[in-house]
Design a protein around this ligand. Structure first.
Ligand code: CU
Length: 135
């Protein structure tokens, strides 16, 4: 009986000491500012959106920095197929070619890395044109 009580007493003392220890260190940990962590700065990723409607591309002409991602969003009532001039071979900037119709509500993105003036059109409605000037 007595040894059991002593054991319980020892356990209680250990728990109290342990709790105090944890409180001290816990508080220290939570109050000290974590200055060692510096915010991660992501490289500037330029994204420009061009909307396509039945009227054409808007804005019709944009000037962007090399590395800019241009996203064309189809807000028209027909499929949109963004492709580099000249129609129908798309050879001025061969990578700029959706290769298929982008459905209504869909989008097509291209990352411009070549400096220059790149004219494009809707391959499915070649009279609808636009241009991207890359600096
Ligand atoms: Cu074309």
């Amino acid at each position: 009986m007595e040894t059991k009580n002593i054991l319980i007493g020892v356990v209680v003392v250990l728990v109290v000491i342990g709790g105090g220890y944890w409180l001290l260190y816990g508080q220290k940990g939570s109050t000290s500012p974590t200055n060692t962590q510096t915010p991660t700065t992501e490289p500037n990723k330029n994204i420009v959106t061009v909307e396509y409607s039945g009227q054409g591309f808007s804005p019709n002409s944009i000037v962007v920095k090399s590395g800019t991602v241009v996203t064309w969003v189809n807000k028209g009532s027909d499929a949109m197929w963004v492709a580099s001039n000249p129609h129908p071979v798309h050879t001025n900037l061969s990578g700029l070619d959706a290769l298929k119709g982008t459905p209504i509500g869909g989008s097509y993105s291209y990352t411009f890395t070549k400096v220059g003036k790149w004219e494009y059109h809707n391959h499915l409605a070649p009279s609808k044109t636009g241009e991207v000037v890359v600096e």
